[in-house]
Structures are given as C-alpha cells and as structure tokens.
Write a protein that binds this ligand. Structure first.
Ligand code: PEP
Ligand code: MG
Length: 930
C-alpha cells in the first residue's frame, strides 16, 4: 500500500487519533480526537510531519503524490461543507495552520481565510449577506498571506490600516465600515503589486500550494529554531499542516473567538480562565490589539454557547486527564472547538494541578510526579518581593507570570541581550512582544508589556520561561523612538531601575528587596511522594552553614561537597590564607595555619549542626593558586612605581620579596598545576590542620558523619600518602578528646587516569565522588574558564557555511561564497558539556570508574558533586549507573529529588511493559504449541 500522507477528520469521524502526535502533530492529532469524541470541530485534513520531512529532503518541493492526496481530501471537504474551493457563489475558505509534535506557540506560521480572491470575496459577501464581513476577511487574508508566504512584512499593511483609522478618527478595527475595507483591500493589493512586481495571487489552488510550502518552511525559520534549541526539541521532527474549513468569529455580534484553560495556568486553581472577543478572528485575541473580555462575561453575552463550552471543556479535561488549553470560535451562535492541547503552566500551577488531580482520582501519584518538569521547579524558587519592603507602585497591569524581578529598563530585545551579557539585570519593556523578541525575553529578568491579555504572546511565553511578567499595562505610554515610557507624570528612561511583581501585576519604581519563597502545601506533598519513589540520595554542595541550612530546608540528605577553600574567600580570612600560601618555611606556614584552624573549626561546627545526623563530605584544600595570589603583573607595576618614587625602603623590599615569591609560585597552567592533593602532599601541615579542625568540631553534641575527601587524585599512591596523614591525625584527635567519630576517607574522581585506575585507587578510598567539572575539563581538554567562547560556536556550526563561515539562508545557500548545500552540517556540539553530562565520553569514564572501583571494594560509596549533579538528565544517568547519591547546589535539590523519582517511575514502567510483552509472547507460544 502506498504511504498515506493526509488524514481527514469531519462529520464525527476521523482517520487520526490523539496517540498519533508524531505523525499528525499535536494540533492535528487532537482535532482528530475531538472529532471522534463528537465535539463540534470544523472538518478538515492534516498533512503529516513525514510529508514535511520529504519536503526538506526534496529541496523544498512537495512530491506530486502528496499534492494529489491533498486534492482528493479537498474534494471531500467540499462535499461535506457543501461549498466549493474557488467558487464565485459559494466559496470554500480554509485555514492553513502549522502544528508539530511539541507545541511551539507562535513560532511557526498560519494563514486564515485562504481561498479568497476578487471573485470569491463577492460570493462570500452575497452568501453571508454581509459585505463588510467579506472584505474584513479579505484584508486579513491578504495581510497574512503576504506576510507568511510572500515575505512582505505585515507592518506595511498595518500602517495602511492605521492610517485609515486615524483619517476616520476611529480606534477600533471593528469601527471600519465596508467602504473603508474596500479601500484598504485595494491599497493592500497595490502594495503587493508594487513590491512584487506582480499581482496578489488569485487562484485558490495556487494559494493553497504556496501556503502549505510556507508552513513547511516555517519549521526552519530562525525563531522556531531558537525555540527548539532552547526547549531541546529535535530539529528533525517536522511540522504537520492542518487545513480546515474556516468558521468565522467576525460575522457580527453573535460571533466571537476566544481562548481558555480548564484551570488557572498561573495558580493552578480550578476556576474559569480565559478570554474572548466578540466579532473577531483568532489572531485578534493573541495580538492584543483589542483588550478581550474575561470568559465570565460570555455567560451574559451568549448563555447557551457558554454552557456548551463549559460542558465540552470539562469533558476534554476528563478525557485527557490533564489541563486543557483550548481555542474556540462562535459563528452565528454556533460553537466550534478549534484546538485543545495540554496547557502550559507555571511551576506553581503544575505542582498544584498534579497534586489536586491525584486527590480527584484523575491520575496516579506516579503520573503526578511525571507531570512536573524538574527544570520548571526552578520557578518556584524564584524570588518574591520582601513583604517588609515599602515601595511605590506606579502602574498596574495583568499578573501574567508570577515571581518578582528588578532590573534596568530596556526597550528592545537586542539591547536586553547586550546589557545582560554585561551582567546587568534588565527588564524588557515592550508595547507587546512577538516571537522575534524571544532572545530578549530569555535574557531579561522580567517582561512588561503595555498591551495584550493573559493569553497574549508575552504572557504565554513568559510563563513558560518562568520569567516574571506584567502584561497589558495600559497605564504606561511607551515611546520606543526615544527609549522611555511615561506614567503618572513620571518619565522612566532606558537604564532606570524598576521592579515587577508578576504575581500582582504591579510595576514599581526603583529597586526593591526580593526574597526566596518558602515551599509548602502542594509542593511539599509532591516532594514527599517523589522521595517515596526515588532510590538515589540527594545531597548539597554547600560550604557555609547558611547554605547548608537552605539545603536542608530543600530536603538535602547531607553535604556532598564542601569546598574548603571557599571558606577563605571572606575579607578577614583571605589575607591569612594568602600569607599561608606565600609562606617560605614550614614554621611560617604553621603560624598562619594556626590562625586558620579556629575559623575552620567554627565553620565545620556550623555545617555539622545544620546536617545533624547526615554525612558531610569535606574536601581538603583544592586551591587553584592563581585564585589566591596577588597578580604578578600588578605587583610588577607597584614595584616599578615605588622605585620611581624612591618610596620607603622597607615597603619596597617587602613588595619585592612578595613579587619574587609570586614569581616562584607562578604557573602557566594553574588548573593543571599545584592544586588538589598535590598541595597536601607538598605541604602536609595543611592537611593536618584541616583534619584536626574537622575532628575537633566533632566534639559538639551532634551526630556527625564526616567524609574526608582527597581532591584531584590520579594515582593510588597520592591517595595513600594523604590518607595516612588523615587517619593519623583523626585517631590522634579522638584519643586526645576521647571521642569516637565514624569517618570515611575517600577521593574525588575528576581526572581520566583516576577513572581508569579506579580499581587501584579503591584499595585506599572508601568512597568516590565524581568531580565532573574537572573530569569534563580534562576529558575534552577544554578549559572550564575559557571554553564558553568556542562552545557557543560549536553549538552553532549547523547555521554556517562550511566553506567560508557565512550564515546560511533558508534554502541552505551561502550569501557570501554562494555555495548551496544539500543539507545542513551537524552542530559540532548539541549541548554544553559543562551543563549537561557528556554521557558518551565523560559518562563512559564514569562507568569505568564505577565498575573498577566496585570491583575492588563492593560497598564503595559513589556520588557526583560536579555541577551536573542537579541536571535532570545527569541525575537519570547517575541513577542508572548505580550511584548512591547526587550532590548539587541547594536551589537545585528539589529538581534533583524530582528527577531521581522520575527515573525510577520510568524504569518501573519499562519493566512492566517488557513483562507484559514477555507474557503476551509466552501466551502466544503456549497457544501455538497446543
Ligand atoms: C569538580 O571538579 O567537578 C568539582 C566539583 O570540583 P571543583 O568544581 O571545585 O573543581
Ligand atoms: Mg574539581
């Protein structure tokens, strides 16, 4: 049988189903599902994502077979709708919409009212007995088709429209009369002719073909690509195209268009949530041109439609067992559902909805845990405004995305990126945002828009990104030309500070202190459930008691890494530390170590107290020396200056001898120099002081389980040498203070040789903690301090011409050297290995380390303490590799807890499925044996 590329839906029956998202995209699969559920959906058909991939393989052409299939389905649609495509009396009009496997809101293209031309528009006017309506559709179609298909930006058309409105002194599009629209349509067509040197395409078949191609092409437009990259959506999925009978929300005041959610996507509350516009088409709601009404008012405007909408959406939520985000249109009092999909939501609402749905017996605990995206939890930990702070609210808008943010005002996306790369916090202020602003939104701490409702682009995208957003704040008047906005007689310029309270919709003058919220309620419940599933421990990387306490509050079960050198960054300590490092003799060094000992002890007492009863892994000093030494160049300048000024002899000689020592200690490659266990081996008195501080801190009345960790070991002998000192001092202190402490001595595995020789190292080490920061650095040979520059480039190679480095056009031609490519090259890197564990290379080293280490010592305790410890994919990897725990920064603890539970649940699901498959096979065998 020939491949099928088009799936029809209509009249209560569809060829597709909800499970066919890969092939039909989310929108297409759900339109099919709703049709099968006998929900009123305008009929239509979906061209598959497979066709999109063929389109790309075919260098931008749809093969004839697919075009024929489209033709057949169009005839079917004509028959069902009793209208005819291109008919001058009773024209069939369609919408052409994109829709991939994953929802990518606003990133790809859509064309509405397709099939209109100079003749069919008259037919539509006659049939609807509404000439104004027909020409309103025509002007919309010309704008969208020109923007999406012909490449003429919609702003040119908007300019004509706005000019007419201001000439007539009207504010709203709906106030334009038929003559205005006839005039505007003519102007639009003139514009197209002028820019393209040919008239606006009139043949509906050609319009359809061009629109399908354009939607396929929009899969690879820059904003879609950016979105995919930032949401880890694979590039090879392709988009489906949905071609559907047009229903009209702009037929008068008994028509409307709207969007909604079955629960509040911001808070998770089970309440009416959504908005609509009378006499409008879909894009009007999202574009934020008119301010929509809340759904509550639909009850008054259209009572029977309202009731039907509530019934349908309740059914949808129950059927899908998840919050639905829906779109609808009312045409002459008839309700049509245009879309339903699982609703994007803030972390707060994701957690609340998941927990509520378990209580409502809609889903299981496992499903609830899988529903919450671990990375999203970050949003819950976002700051709020300090309740004790006083501040001045200068404007109020809609509370579009919760949290609070403070920063400098900027008025465009590029500037937001520019300033944020300089490390400045920025608030992006726009009249309204569009997908072209996405990079700026990503860079900003918060987003403020003057127009648009709760489902406007700014609101939807900000919620998804977890950014604070105040939308539709029409109190403010933005002047983008001069980069300022005015409100209440005040003028706020670019660079001025404002604060946004996204939970209340408040815009606040100046900087306001922010606070991290406490996690209670549904969050606590979900975390508890997660803990009941996960098998791997979760610890924190924390160096000071305050962080250790935060970590405990977030559920850490111990400390996996205390970087002791960080304890000496404080102003009153860094000088002593510096002097200790610069000391030339053992006596001198001991003098400074004696000063450091009580400080260390005090820190450890604090850490042990916060972690009472839990293990605390303390890493012995691992100072890359350059972080503690004065800069050699600065000292040289200082000495030269003192010489020229004939300064005080004593001071000069002090600086000179300091310079000489710094020169002595200078390293060309400090990351590979005197750091890690090498420091303790060269200066054993440092190791002694630290172990003494740890063991003496143990006198306090708390249960302590110190795990003393030797850093940057590559040979068993290094481990052995340091362990000997550790054990000697530890035993000595215990004898002296008559204490008994259960301690372990282990090492970090952060060098490839250590992983490979793990069997030998495990003869000495009682635990391993994989230091994946250094392991990544040394496995790749990428400097962790400098690699950012080329890693970004490596992640972008697919965009570039292999020959000359020019940025490739959509058709894969290079504008610089004119080469044309058949297909894109792969990116050299698809992720930053310092953020996400490189499972292929570094991961293999880890697996070798685990296997060989446990080969020697069966009960070897194994953890990870590199930055990857809080990354969901890496947590999964650690679980599957048999780790005992992961350790990450305190604010990532909940993410790690949830990820660790999810991997177990997924594992259980896989096991159940394979047992079921094996059972079915066995049954079949037994049956055939009979
Ligand atoms: C590591 O290398 O992964 C590690 C945790 O240590 P640091 O980042 O301090 O080098
Ligand atoms: Mg390290």
């Amino acid at each position: 049988m020939a491949n099928k590329y088009v799936y029809f839906f209509g009249a209560g029956k569809a060829e597709g189903r909800a499970e066919m998202k890969d092939l039909l995209g989310g929108k297409g699969a759900n339109l099919a599902e709703m049709t099968n559920l006998k929900i009123p959906v305008p009929p239509g058909f979906t061209i598959t994502t497979e066709a999109c991939n063929i389109f790309y393989r075919n260098r931008g052409r749809v093969p004839k077979g697919i075009t024929d299939e489209v033709g057949k389905n169009l005839r079917r649609l004509e028959k069902l709708s009793r209208k005819k495509f291109g008919d001058r009396n009773n024209p069939l009009l369609v919408s052409v919409r994109s829709g991939s496997r994953f929802s990518m809101p606003g990133m790809m293209d859509t064309v509405l009212n397709l099939g209109l031309n100079d003749n069919t528009v008259k037919g539509l006017a006659k049939k609807s007995e509404n000439e104004r309506f027909a020409f309103d559709c025509y002007r919309r179609f010309i704008t969208m088709f020109s923007d999406v298909v012909l490449g003429i930006p919609k702003e040119y058309f908007e300019e004509i429209l706005e000019k007419r409105k201001s000439e007539k002194d009207i504010d709203l599009d709906t106030d334009l009369d038929t003559d205005d629209l006839l005039f505007i349509v003519k102007k639009f067509k003139d514009l197209v002719k002028k820019r393209l040197k040919k008239p606006f395409p009139q043949a509906p078949d050609r319009q359809l073909k061009m629109a399908i191609d354009a939607v396929f092409r929009s899969w690879n437009n820059p904003r879609a690509k950016y979105y995919r990259k930032s949401h880890s959506i694979p590039d090879n999925l392709g988009t489906a195209v949905n071609i559907q009978l047009m229903v009209f929300g702009n037929m008068g005041n008994d028509s409307a268009t709207g969007v909604g959610f079955t629960r509040n996507p911001s808070t998770g509350a089970k309440e009416l949530y959504g908005e609509y516009l009378l006499n409008a088409q879909g894009e009007d709601v999202v574009a934020g041109i008119r301010t929509p009404k809340g759904l509550k008012e639909l009850k008054k405007d259209m009572p029977s439609v309202f009731k039907e909408l509530i019934d349908i959406t309740k059914r949808l939520e129950k059927h899908y067992r998840d919050v639905q985000d829906y779109e609808f249109t009312v045409e002459n009092d008839h309700l049509y559902m245009l879309q339903t999909r699982s609703g994007k939501r803030t972390a707060t609402s994701a957690v609340k909805i998941a927990v509520d749905m378990v209580k409502e017996k809609l889903i299981s605990k496992e499903a609830a845990i899988l529903r919450v995206e671990p990375a999203q939890i970050d949003q819950l930990l976002h700051p709020i405004i300090d309740p004790n702070a006083s501040y001045t609210v200068i404007a109020k808008g809609l509370p579009a995305s919760p949290g609070a943010a403070t920063g400098m005002v900027v008025f465009n996306a590029d500037r937001a990126v520019e300033l944020s790369t300089e490390g400045k916090p920025v608030i992006l202020v726009r009249k309204e945002t569009s997908p072209d602003d996405i990079h700026g939104m990503d860079a900003a701490k918060g987003i403020l828009t003057a127009k648009g409702g709760m489902t406007s682009h700014a609101a939807v995208v900000a919620r998804q990104m977890g950014k604070t957003c105040v939308a539709g704040c029409d109190d403010i008047e933005i002047d983008e030309m001069t980069n300022r906005f005015s409100v209440q007689g005040k003028t706020i310029m670019e660079g001025d500070f404002i604060t946004l309270n996204g939970s209340m919709g408040e815009v606040i003058l100046g900087e306001v202190p922010l606070m991290t919220p406490e996690l209670t309620g549904a969050f606590g419940v979900l975390m508890k459930w997660a803990d009941s599933f996960r098998k791997i421990g979760v610890r924190a990387n924390a160096d000071v008691p305050r962080d250790a306490q935060v970590a405990r509050d977030f559920g850490a079960e111990g400390i996996g890494l205390c970087r002791t050198e960080h304890m000496f960054f404080a102003e009153d300590r860094v000088n002593i530390m510096q002097k200790m490092i610069l000391a030339k003799t053992v006596e001198d060094r001991k003098k400074y170590l004696d000063m450091l000992l009580p400080m260390q002890k005090k820190d450890f007492v604090g850490l042990f107290k916060a972690m009472d009863g839990y293990p605390v892994t303390i890493r012995l000093l691992d100072p890359p020396l350059h972080e503690f030494l004065p800069k050699m160049e600065d000292l040289m300048v200082e000495v030269t200056k003192l010489e020229l000024l004939h300064a005080d002899k004593g001071l000069l000689s002090e600086k000179k001898s300091l310079l000489a020592r710094v020169e002595e200690l200078h390293e060309f490659n400090p990351m590979l120099g005197l750091r890690g266990c090498r420091v303790g081996i060269l200066y054993p008195e440092i190791t002694r002081m630290q172990v003494r501080a740890i063991m003496e801190a143990a006198k306090k009345k708390v249960k302590i389980y110190p795990e003393i960790m030797i850093p940057l070991v590559s040979m068993k002998e290094e481990m052995q040498a340091q362990k000997e000192i550790v054990v000697q001092v530890a035993e000595e202190v215990q004898r002296k203070f008559k204490t008994k402490v259960k301690y372990l001595v282990g090492t970090m595995i952060e060098l490839p040789r250590a992983a490979i020789c793990a069997d030998k190292i495990a003869e000495e080490a009682e635990f391993f903690s994989f230091g994946t920061n250094d392991l990544t650095q040394t496995a790749y040979g990428f400097s962790r301090d400098d690699a950012g520059k080329f890693i970004m480039e490596y992640m972008n190679t697919a965009e570039k011409c292999v020959g000359c480095g020019g940025i490739l056009e959509k058709d894969l031609s290079c504008p610089d050297c004119k080469r044309v490519y058949e297909q894109r090259a792969d990116n050299i890197l698809n992720f930053d290995p310092f953020q996400t564990l490189d499972q292929a290379g570094v991961g293999d080293l880890i697996k070798i380390g685990v296997e060989r280490g446990r080969g020697t010592r069966k009960d070897l305790k194994i953890g990870i303490c590199g930055e990857h410890g809080g990354d969901p994919a890496s947590v999964e990897f650690c679980h599957l590799s048999g780790f005992d725990y992961v350790s990450c920064s305190p604010y990532r603890i909940p993410i790690a807890r949830l990820s660790a539970a999810q991997v177990v649940i997924k594992e259980n699901m896989r096991n159940r499925a394979s047992r079921k498959a094996a059972g079915a096979k066995g049954k079949k065998r037994r049956k055939s044996a009979r």
